[in-house]
Structures are given as structure tokens and as C-alpha cells.
Design a protein around this ligand. Structure first.
Ligand code: ZN
Ligand code: ZN
Length: 389
């Protein structure tokens, strides 16, 4: 009898443990910013309809588990992994995913990956009308192997990009400098890419792929004014790779929760990248996201005759921030004013030697894990009114 009770108890405990773990790993709380919804997206994923190893509904279930708002399925338009089992149809994976996602609050975007193994290399085209109409004249064999023609013309390589333009797609450069790419070309931004820019075709670049930050891509994004993207490019079950962290994602700041809203936001470059404990964004979005996540409040206090100011720092999000604070007053306890502000954490900072209370005080804040360029962390000046106790 007692044993049975213990067994039941341990089952309940396990269930609770799994529940807690899931609550921690999934449905990450990230606030909206003024005027925009913060939507969680992954715009690069594969299924068995190209070289992935899962069925499209699997991608939908993963995304629902992870609390995503939007995903794009982007099969290689020039490769079939299972031609005997699956008929070539690059709209099919999108259609299957869309049906599984409908009425579940997850948006699905139709896309393809244009994947030549010579410059311009891999690019995604998303927000498509038809994923099957992309010309692949540069391919010799697409069945379970990737064989390009011996002599390639620029026209053959350009043709799928012109099709993307015809469909008013959003085209982004995927994982620049991928393992087998020509490493002698350190820029990786060729005259082909310049032509894509001039034609208004190229709009984004994957700065983070499979959780890996790419400084070449980040520099490229800043130099050519491209939208920053962070995608999983997952081909298998996503879970083992991110068992100890959250799934990497692109945060899209959209005026409305719709496919059109997401497209408008991406074209306006309103994104932030969230991978591991790092964030990457342009200064404007970085500032808005930090200010929506973390609040500061300063109160004057008399600590046994010692005048101090207590600054309460509160994180309302599930994001982690490594902060360094500078003040003209001495900061108690935190060396160099450095502190880690975990998810939903509140910390109190004491400013001392405040011999004469001012009306307001200034803090200079550097957020070390929030990049606004490849060489620069988010930095802001904060004017805080000093309130009565
Ligand atoms: Zn692939
Ligand atoms: Zn690729």
C-alpha cells in the first residue's frame, strides 16, 4: 500500500518536474516594444521534401512547443533527398505545415532555399506564391546528390533570383562562409551580390545560423544595410541541439500579427536576434527591447545617518542581461558596477557617498551581451529622478 503511494507520488513528482522544465525552456517571455508586437520567428528550416529528416508537421509541433509565432519552411529548390518516396513538390511541405498550424496561432510562410555551391551561394526566398516555379538551369542532377553543370552561366544562376523578384519575395543571404565555401574570398560579398542589391532583390543576411554567430555576416549586414536574421536551418529533430538552452530565433517587431505585418517589419529591418544568452540588433531596436524589459527606480535613504540612493533594477523578461553600470557615486558591492540580471530578476544597487541628494542622477549602462554592431555592445545614458523614501 505504502509502495503504491510512493509510486504514485513519484509519478506526480516526475510530471511536475517535466512541467517545470518545459515552462523554463519554452514559451520564453519577451515584451512587446512601443508600437510593435515582438514576434518569435524561425525563417530557415528543412523537411523530407528536400534534405531534412522530419515530416512538415514535426516542424509545426516543435514551433508550438517552443512558443514560436511564425516559421518559414525553406526546402532546397535544387535537391531532393528522397526522390523515390516523395514526388518533387516544394509547395507541399508548406501546405502540410500550414494545415497543421491553422487555428493554433502559428503562422507559416512559404519559402525556398536557392543553393548553388558557387557564388552567390545559398539564399532564402520567402513570402512566395509558388515554390515550384524557380528555374534550376544550373543543376545537372538533383536526385539524392547535388551535381551542378560543368559550365555555368551567370544567367542560369541569376534566374531563380529574378523569379524571387517576380514573386515580390524577401531574399536573404544564408550562412556566409559556410564550411565548404571558398575561404580565400574573405568578403564573400561578390559582384553577384552587388547586382542583387542594385536590383532590389537582396534584403537580409543570416548573422546567426544553427546558434552560431557569424561576424562576417554581421559586418555585411551593417555595411550593406541588410536585415539581421537568426535561423536554426534545422534538418533533424531540433531538440538535442538546444537541450541546454532555448531555440535560437529572430525577434520581429511587427505592427500587426500577420504575415503582411511580418514582411513589412523585415523589410523595415526591425529585428533582433536571440541565441544562447546573446542578443543582436540595430541600436534603435536594441534600446527599445532593453527599455521594455528592464526598469530602473531610484530612492533616497538614510542608512543610520549615511545618505544613500537605492536603485532597484527589475527585469520583466525571460532574457538575461550582463550589465555594467557607471555612476558619479560609488557603487556598493558590485565591482566595476558589473552585474548579471537573470530572467525576471530584481537587484538592488546602492549608490553611496551621496553627501548632497540631487534631484536626479545619471547612470551609464553597458549591456555586454547585447550587440549593436560587431564591435559594440548596447550603451545608454539614463536620467533617473531620485524619489523620496
Ligand atoms: Zn540542407
Ligand atoms: Zn544552406
Amino acid at each position: 500500500m505504502r509502495n503504491k503511494f510512493l509510486v504514485i507520488l513519484s509519478i506526480i513528482m516526475q510530471f511536475l518536474a517535466v512541467g517545470t522544465a518545459m515552462a523554463q525552456n519554452n514559451k520564453i517571455k519577451i515584451p512587446d516594444i512601443p508600437g510593435f508586437y515582438t514576434l518569435k520567428g524561425d525563417f530557415h528550416m528543412h523537411t523530407v521534401f528536400s534534405d531534412g529528416h522530419v515530416w512538415p508537421t514535426f516542424r509545426v509541433n516543435e514551433a508550438l512547443r517552443d512558443g514560436m509565432d511564425v516559421i518559414a519552411i525553406t526546402e532546397h529548390m535544387d535537391y531532393e533527398g528522397f526522390p523515390e518516396e516523395i514526388e518533387r513538390d516544394y509547395n507541399k511541405s508548406y501546405e502540410i505545415a500550414l494545415e497543421a498550424a491553422s487555428k493554433k496561432g502559428l503562422m507559416v510562410i512559404r519559402g525556398v532555399e536557392i543553393s548553388p555551391r558557387v557564388p552567390p551561394y545559398h539564399h532564402n526566398a520567402i513570402f512566395l506564391e509558388d515554390a515550384n516555379s524557380f528555374p534550376m538551369g544550373y543543376m545537372e542532377n538533383t536526385h539524392k546528390q547535388f551535381v551542378m553543370k560543368d559550365s555555368l552561366t551567370r544567367e542560369q544562376l541569376m534566374a531563380p533570383f529574378l523569379e524571387a523578384k517576380k514573386q515580390d519575395a524577401f531574399v536573404s543571404y544564408n550562412h556566409p562562409s559556410f564550411k565548404w565555401w571558398d575561404k580565400k574570398d574573405t568578403l564573400l560579398f561578390t559582384d553577384f551580390h552587388h547586382e542583387l542589391l542594385e536590383k532590389g532583390i537582396l534584403k537580409g543576411v543570416e548573422v546567426v545560423n544553427s546558434g552560431r554567430y557569424n561576424i562576417i555576416a554581421h559586418r555585411m549586414a551593417m555595411k550593406y544595410n541588410l536585415t539581421l536574421l537568426c535561423n536554426t536551418d534545422e534538418h533533424y529533430d531540433m531538440y538535442p541541439r538546444y537541450a541546454d538552452t532555448h531555440r535560437p530565433m529572430t525577434l520581429v517587431f511587427a505592427k500587426e500579427k500577420s504575415i503582411a505585418g511580418i514582411k513589412e517589419a523585415m523589410e523595415a529591418k526591425r529585428t533582433a536576434l536571440y541565441f544562447g544568452d546573446y542578443l543582436v540588433a540595430r541600436k534603435k531596436e536594441a534600446l527599445a527591447l532593453f527599455n521594455s524589459s528592464v526598469s530602473f527606480n531610484a530612492v533616497k535613504q538614510d542608512r543610520g545617518g549615511e545618505p544613500i540612493v537605492v536603485v532597484t533594477i527589475k527585469n520583466k523578461s525571460d532574457l538575461l542581461f550582463n550589465i555594467q553600470i557607471k555612476s558619479k557615486f560609488d557603487i556598493e558591492e558590485f565591482p566595476l558596477g558589473q552585474l548579471e540580471l537573470g530572467a525576471n530578476e530584481e537587484k538592488k544597487l546602492i549608490l553611496k557617498a551621496v553627501w548632497k541628494y540631487p534631484e536626479t542622477t545619471y547612470l551609464n549602462i553597458t549591456v555586454g551581451n547585447f550587440l549593436v554592431s560587431p564591435d559594440e555592445a548596447l550603451n545608454l545614458d539614463l536620467e533617473l529622478p531620485i524619489l523620496e523614501e
